[in-house]
Design a protein around this ligand. Structure first.
Ligand code: 1Q0
Length: 215
């Protein structure tokens, strides 16, 4: 017991880490990006074990990136921009098919990046939904518009089943730990532009470098 993933979630914390993500010249700090995901995994874990297969994959990817960040070439991984440059220049990325670098930073981050788009769409729905809005519907709509296209049928099926187990909007907001509904909505309104900007910057970089389909 007592790993960081078990601790209580707080939306403010996630908000803070996404704020820290962007450098002055709009580079994305990997350390804070990963910390943002850690916070989200905490949230997911507090929703129950049916989401275990999702959080397990997220934790695995976080772990890969943290290992790179703490490795002997860790300084090259300070930002997403420096990571991409370093891994490409040193042939550390499998570009077209899986080979000797199945766990590159670039391909690992791409998975989280795609999930970030899901998060953006989901949170926007949560923010603008009414009191009796169904989180399971918001979640699957967001998923179908984004992440699902990268998943095989069996994962989509499992995800769909897990979404049905999501608590209702009030319980969901409760877990966020920021007080009454209006405050949650306000916090989400604060968080979304940040998440969106981090997403856009990464998206542009990956498109530019032709990394959108890394195996
Ligand atoms: C609240 C419900 C959370 C639903 C999360 C939606 C994502 C569903 C994804 C299901 C896929 C999991 C199984 C593994 C898939 C991998 O094959 C796939 C590709 O990787 P690879 O190595 O096989 O090529 N992996 C992924 O696509 C990455 C998926 C990461 C999902 C991370 C979800 C983290 C949790 C987020 C909870 C956010 C709660 C929102 C409210 C918080 C308020 C700020």
């Amino acid at each position: 017991a007592g790993t960081e993933e078990d601790q209580k979630f707080c939306l403010q914390e996630v908000l803070d880490t996404f704020k820290l993500c962007l450098s002055e010249n709009k580079e994305v700090y990997l350390e804070h990006y990963v910390a943002g995901w850690r916070g989200l995994v905490k949230f997911l874990n507090s929703l129950g074990s049916v989401f275990g297969f999702i959080s397990k994959d997220a934790v695995n990817k976080i772990h890969i990136l943290v290992t790179l960040l703490n490795g002997e070439n860790g300084s090259q991984y300070a930002t997403v921009q420096s990571m991409v440059k370093y891994e490409l220049e040193n042939d550390l990325v499998d570009l077209t098919k899986r080979g000797s670098h199945p766990e590159s930073g670039c391909r690992t981050l791409l998975r989280l990046h795609r999930a970030l788009r899901w998060l953006e769409l989901f949170l926007e729905r949560l923010r603008t939904s009414s009191e009796d809005g169904k989180t399971s519907v918001m979640c699957s709509e967001a998923y179908n518009e984004s992440l699902s296209q990268f998943h095989p049928w069996v994962v989509r099926k499992a995800a769909g089943m897990a979404f049905c187990m999501l608590p209702g909007r009030p319980a969901f907001f409760e877990v966020m730990n920021v007080g009454p509904t209006e405050q949650v909505v306000a916090k989400l309104g604060e968080a979304l532009p940040l998440i969106s900007e981090v997403y856009q910057i990464t998206e542009e970089l990956y498109t530019q470098q032709n990394l959108m389909n890394l195996p």
